[in-house]
Design a protein around this ligand. Structure first.
Ligand SMILES: NC(=O)c1ccc[n+]([C@@H]2O[C@H](COP(=O)([O-])OP(=O)(O)OC[C@H]3O[C@@H](n4cnc5c(N)ncnc54)[C@H](O)[C@@H]3O)[C@@H](O)[C@H]2O)c1
Length: 337
């Protein structure tokens, strides 16, 4: 089988490629990536020389490039996106271009190339915000209510993907996943930022009161969920993917990181809140468990410790990132802390 992975040089995409080639060594993987600030081919060093892997540099918004990359492809797994909410607040336009228009270009080419499956990766953020005291969780019947330019652009892409199934019969599947953490995550997201700041002896910026709840999933569990859907998922279906953790707010997550890294709470710095910050996300993943047998396998605390260890051992990887363009963005976002 030949798989086209878009955005394979990013955090989840690169974890997926490494996972896939390890578990399906006879398959061929093409990685189409524009290498934005978030794309890093170093993530894929382990498979660089693998004859069943190839890298295709390009933008998913360019039809002629996607056309070439999709030659003889059986399955598309579409990760490529602008993925950071804070950046979408600073400049929404690139989010609309890549996430909405880029997805439409891919769908069009997928029809032309008659791919057997187009799997679209989306987020739980399209469903909006739950209240802290509300016991309910998102499921695949929850109405969309995106509240940031990022989630609005992902929602737009989701609707397009479903429309290509209904209108043209493109064999799609879709997932809306909770927040991921693990190796190779760009150090702008909460967990990777906190760990790398502590390793640099810096404080951790926390938005507002810190009582924002996310449903943290270890990235390998996400990769395994996509694998399960490619094998057993029903065409046209959407599956929600979440974790087994007790609901935990950002402050609790940060306190765990401080504890595991032997630091005290003086390393926390509360900063001005993100505009429109969603209070709580929680995912009901009973459908994917009941229908095709996936459930998360990793414990939060154990994989959080492993993730801390990974960043500790791979200082060169994140230091190169933090010394580049990211430095300017960080100052703009959090000031000098
Ligand atoms: N990170 C999370 O917690 C999370 C949770 C749920 C869903 N998702 C979704 O998963 C996907 C991957 O997220 P991530 O965190 O790995 O993102 P990321 O920002 O780490 O990586 C995105 C990748 O896409 C590439 N890319 C961006 N624009 C492109 C373009 N125009 N053409 C080709 N490549 C392009 C980048 O170079 C990068 O390699 C996204 O669709 C995101 O919305 C992420």
């Amino acid at each position: 089988m030949k798989i086209l992975v878009t955005g394979g040089a990013g955090f989840i995409g690169s974890n997926f490629i490494l996972y896939w080639l390890k578990n399906h060594p006879d398959d061929f993987v093409v990685n189409l990536d524009k290498l934005t600030y978030a794309g890093n081919l170093e993530n894929l060093k382990e498979v660089e020389g693998n004859p069943n892997y190839s890298f295709f540099y390009g933008d998913i918004c360019e039809g002629s490039i996607v056309d070439k990359a999709m030659e003889e492809v059986d399955v598309v797994v579409h990760f490529a996106a602008e993925s950071h909410v804070d950046r979408s607040i600073l400049d929404p336009s690139i989010f609309i271009k890549t996430n909405v228009l880029g997805t439409q270009v891919l769908l069009e080419q997928a029809l032309k190339h008659k791919v057997k499956r187009f799997h679209h990766i989306s987020t739980d953020e399209v469903f909006g915000s739950l209240k802290l005291e509300d016991p309910s969780k998102f499921n695949d019947r929850t109405p969309y209510n995106p509240r940031s330019p990022y989630s609005a652009s992902k929602a737009g892409a989701d609707h397009l993907v479903r429309s290509y199934f209904t209108t043209y019969g493109l064999p799609i599947t879709m997932t809306n996943c909770a927040d991921n953490f693990g190796p190779f995550q760009f150090p702008e997201k909460l967990i990777s930022l906190a760990i790398t700041n502590l390793l640099e002896g810096k404080r951790i910026p926390i938005y507002g009161d810190g009582l924002y709840v996310r449903d943290w999933l270890y990235v390998e569990d996400h990769c395994r969920a996509i694998e399960t859907i490619l094998k057993k998922g029903k065409i046209g279906e959407t599956y929600l993917i979440g974790s087994t953790i007790e609901e935990m707010n950002n402050l609790t997550v940060i306190k765990k990181i401080l504890k595991y890294m032997g630091k005290d709470e003086n390393y926390v710095e509360f900063v001005k809140d993100r505009p429109g910050h969603d209070r709580r996300y929680a995912v009901d993943w009973s459908k994917i468990k009941k229908e095709i047998g996936w459930k998360p396998m990793h414990s939060f605390d154990k994989t959080l410790k492993q993730t801390i260890e990974w960043y500790t051992l791979n200082e060169d990887w994140w230091k190169r990132i933090k010394n580049g363009e990211y430095k300017e963005y960080y100052k703009k976002q959090y000031g000098e802390i």
